[in-house]
Design a protein around this ligand. Structure first.
Ligand code: 5GP
Ligand code: MN
Length: 340
C-alpha cells in the first residue's frame, strides 16, 4: 500500500490546532539522534514556511555528525540556557513531542513538559506510547519519525512545501534509523518517500558522507579498541557484548556521539542474534541493545535496565557498577534466550 498512512480524522484535528496556535515548541528526545534532530528540523522549517513562530528545544546536546544539518544553528539546547527555554515552552500554546512517547525520554525537560499547559501533539514511531498528549500520531510501522514527518506534512496538503533543505533533514533520519536502509525498512512506501526526497534535489552521497565519513582518528581507534579488547562473544547464546570503561573513554578523548553505531558491528559476526554495548559514564552505565529478526531485545532493556525501544534496537541505563551491570545481563540472558 503506497498511500499516505496518516489518519485522516487526526490530521483534521492537527490542522485546527496548527491554525489556532501562535507559538510552538518542538521537543526531540534527550540525547537526540539523527531521526530526532532531522524530524525536529524538518518540522521547524515547515512551520516557519507556514508563517508560524516555532523553536526547537533539545533536552541535551547532540553529536557533531548532525551539526551540518540545515537549520542546526536555530536549535536551542536546554542545558545551555534553561531559563530562556522554560520561558519559551511555558508561553507556547502548542508543543510537538518528537521521536519519543514518554516524558521520561525528554530528559531534564520531563518536569517542564509535564506541567506545560499548551496543547501537545506527538509524532513518533516507538512502541508503547504513553497518553501524554492531546493528539497522538504514533505508528511503529514507520521506519523513522522522519518518514512520518514527510507523511504528516503531505497529509496536511503541503507536500509542495517540502524543499531540498527539509528533504535533507528527513532523509537523514530515515537513513540513521535504518542503518542506511539496511534494517527496519522493507516497506515499499519507505522507498516511495525516499524517491520523493531524491526528486526534491537532495545530494544522497553528500548526506551519507556527512553522517558516516567523519570519524576523528581517536574515534576510529576507540572503535578498534572496542572490537579488540572490549569484545566478548557468548556463542552459546548467539550474543556479543562490548564493554567500554571510563578509562577507555578518557584514553581515546571521547566526544559526544563517538560510540554511535558501535553496537551494530558484532552483529556481523556469524551467528550473532544479539549485540549489547555497556558504556561506563560518570554516574551511570549506558547500555545499547541490538538484535536480529524477531528477537525482542527491547524486553531486556525494559525489564532490567530502565529503558525500552524497538524490537531490534533498544537502550537503557543503570546506576549499578559496570561489572554488576554486565553480570546482571549475563544472569538474565539464558532465560531470555530460552524463551525465544
Ligand atoms: P540507542 O541504543 O541508539 O541509544 O537507542 C536505540 C533505540 O532505543 C532508539 O530507538 C531509542 O529511542 C530507544 N531507547 C534508547 N534508550 C532508551 C530508553 O532509555 N528508554 C526507551 N523507552 N527507549 C530507549
Ligand atoms: Mn527514531
Amino acid at each position: 500500500n503506497l498511500q499516505n498512512r496518516i489518519d485522516a480524522e487526526l490530521i483534521k484535528e492537527a490542522e485546527i490546532l496548527l491554525n489556532e496556535c501562535a507559538k510552538i515548541s518542538i521537543i526531540p528526545h534527550s540525547g537526540p539522534d539523527g531521526d530526532a534532530i532531522g524530524s525536529s528540523l524538518a518540522l521547524h522549517q515547515y512551520l516557519i514556511k507556514k508563517g508560524k513562530q516555532a523553536q526547537i528545544i533539545s533536552p541535551s546536546a547532540y553529536p557533531v555528525f548532525l551539526k551540518w544539518l540545515p537549520g542546526n544553528s536555530d536549535v536551542w539546547i536546554y542545558t545551555n540556557g534553561k531559563k530562556k527555554a522554560e520561558e519559551y515552552i511555558n508561553s507556547s500554546d502548542l508543543i510537538f513531542i518528537v521521536d519519543h512517547n514518554s516524558f521520561k525520554r525528554s530528559g531534564d525537560l520531563e518536569g517542564v513538559l509535564e506541567k506545560a499547559t499548551a496543547k501537545k501533539i506527538m509524532i513518533d514511531h516507538h512502541p508503547e506510547p504513553e497518553q501524554i498528549v492531546d493528539l497522538m500520531f504514533s505508528d511503529t510501522q514507520m521506519c523513522s519519525t522522519c518518514e512520518m514527518m514527510y507523511e504528516f506534512i503531505e497529509a496536511l496538503g503541503d507536500e509542495d512545501m517540502i524543499d531540498e533543505s527539509i528533504s535533507e533533514c528527513i532523509y537523514t533520519g530515515i537513513i540513521t534509523d535504518t542503518g542506511g536502509l539496511s534494517y527496519n525498512s522493507s516497506q515499499p512506501r519507505t522507498y516511495q518517500v525516499v524517491g520523493s526526497l531524491l526528486a526534491k534535489g537532495i545530494d544522497k552521497s553528500k548526506i551519507h558522507s556527512n553522517i558516516y565519513d567523519n570519524f576523528s582518528p581517536d574515534r576510529m581507534k576507540l572503535l578498534g579498541h572496542c572490537l579488540d579488547q572490549g569484545l566478548e562473544v557468548l556463542s552459546e547464546f548467539n550474543t556479543a557484548i562490548i564493554t567500554l570503561t571510563k578509562e577507555d573513554l578518557v584514553r581515546f578523548n571521547y566526544k559526544d556521539g563517538d560510540t554511535e553505531g558501535f553496537v551494530n558491528y558484532p552483529l556481523s559476526i556469524q551467528g550473532m542474534l544479539v549485540s549489547v554495548i555497556f558504556i561506563e559514564k560518570d554516574d551511570v552505565v549506558k547500555i545499547s541493545f541490538r538484535s536480529k529478526g524477531d528477537v525482542p531485545i527491547n524486553r531486556v532493556a525494559r525489564d532490567y535496565f530502565n529503558g525500552g525501544g524497538h524490537i531490534n534496537a533498544a537502550g537503557g541505563r543503570t546506576e549499578k557498577s559496570l561489572k554488576e551491570a554486565i553480570d546482571q545481563f549475563k544472569k538474565v540472558l539464558p532465560e531470555f534466550y530460552n524463551s525465544l
